[in-house]
Write a protein that binds this ligand. Structure first.
Ligand SMILES: [Mg+2]
Length: 322
């Protein structure tokens, strides 16, 4: 049975799955439309806190993927909820991030500030951090001072990179890493793979049998594992074939596909025998520690991944020569 029929809801990541910043991912819009026609509901779940849900919904709609504001779940919303659960109403929060993130902070009954001084004598109660292109040394310095003074630290995600049509650019995690190195502090992470964001997404679409769809092992797939859901990894974003084959136990997707059209097809079981794996019409082999197969087909990808993981777990890892 196609995944679009087997799972009543897709909890679908955005960057690297539906778009690369402003460019559409090929086949994504047609695949979402076909999956919806087959009865699957969609929640659009992003670790990117740089845009308001309304803006995300409009942008998706503009890319040919109709989305309502309530269909969108962002790590900015999750970060604001995490802060509100730990701080009294009206507490001050130093925002390193977009105006959309500051608006989420206000919406949660807290007071966003941009400098330590703005928070008054006691300084900010918390620092919240999300991706924003305008983030500067000055912003990171204000956050450093607040963190040295003991402020709570919440981040939307620790994604080191952001997939774009120009390749991998610095993500929020790169800026988080600066503060971590400088202050020696560790942040609370509100976005994927935190199970809270997964639960919220499940509730939004009232999913009985959700399928997490994403392009990252360390956020989308790990978040699915922690949330007890199956996952589909697509190779249109951060993860390439070598990364898929090297996925550590605990961060391995249930299904893989080259792109989102994998939702529309059945996923035949992979049979691994010794150093050979069969999936549908494809075969993968390992000889002299080198994997061979056809990553240009979804079946081939699945055969390769199953074989690579089986051998790695058996202590006989095989190399992907590309
Ligand atoms: Mg992504």
């Amino acid at each position: 049975m196609p995944l679009a029929e087997r799972y009543d809801a897709a909890l679908c990541d955005l960057d690297g799955v539906l778009h690369l910043v402003d460019d559409p991912v090929p086949h994504a819009a047609e695949a979402v439309a076909a999956a919806r026609a087959a009865g699957q509901r969609f929640a659009f779940v992003t670790n990117n806190a740089s845009r308001a849900p309304q803006v995300v919904a409009e942008r998706l709609t503009g890319l040919g993927i109709p989305a309502a504001v309530d269909d969108v779940v962002t790590s900015g919303q999750a970060a604001a909820r995490t802060l509100a659960a730990r701080l009294p109403a009206g507490a001050t929060v130093l925002v390193v991030g977009s105006q959309a993130l500051a608006d989420e902070v206000s919406g949660a009954g807290l007071r966003p500030v941009r400098t330590v001084a703005e928070a008054g004598e006691a300084g900010p109660d918390a620092v919240v951090q999300g991706l924003a292109p305008a983030t500067s040394w000055t912003d990171l310095s204000e956050a450093t001072v607040a963190l040295h003074r003991g402020a709570l630290w919440v981040v939307g995600n620790t994604d080191l990179t952001l997939p774009t049509s120009r390749g991998q650019l610095p993500g929020n995690g790169a800026f988080v890493e600066v503060l971590r190195r400088v202050t020696g502090r560790e942040p609370l992470v509100a976005g994927k793979p935190d199970p809270a964001l997964h639960r919220e997404s499940v509730e939004r679409v009232e999913a009985a049998r959700p399928l997490v769809v994403g392009d990252r092992l360390d956020t989308d797939v790990l978040g699915a594992v922690r949330g007890g859901a199956d996952s589909l990894l697509v190779l249109t974003g951060v993860t390439d074939v070598a990364g898929l084959l090297a996925a550590p136990a605990g961060s391995r997707p249930t299904y893989v596909g080259r792109d989102l059209r994998a939702l529309l097809h059945p996923q035949p079981e992979v049979k691994v025998e010794g150093e050979t794996a069969h999936c549908g019409a494809s075969t993968a082999t390992a000889a002299a520690g080198v994997l061979r197969g056809d990553p240009g087909r979804d079946d081939g990808l699945r055969a390769l991944a199953a074989l690579a993981w089986r051998l790695a777990d058996a202590g006989r890892p095989a190399r992907w020569a590309g």
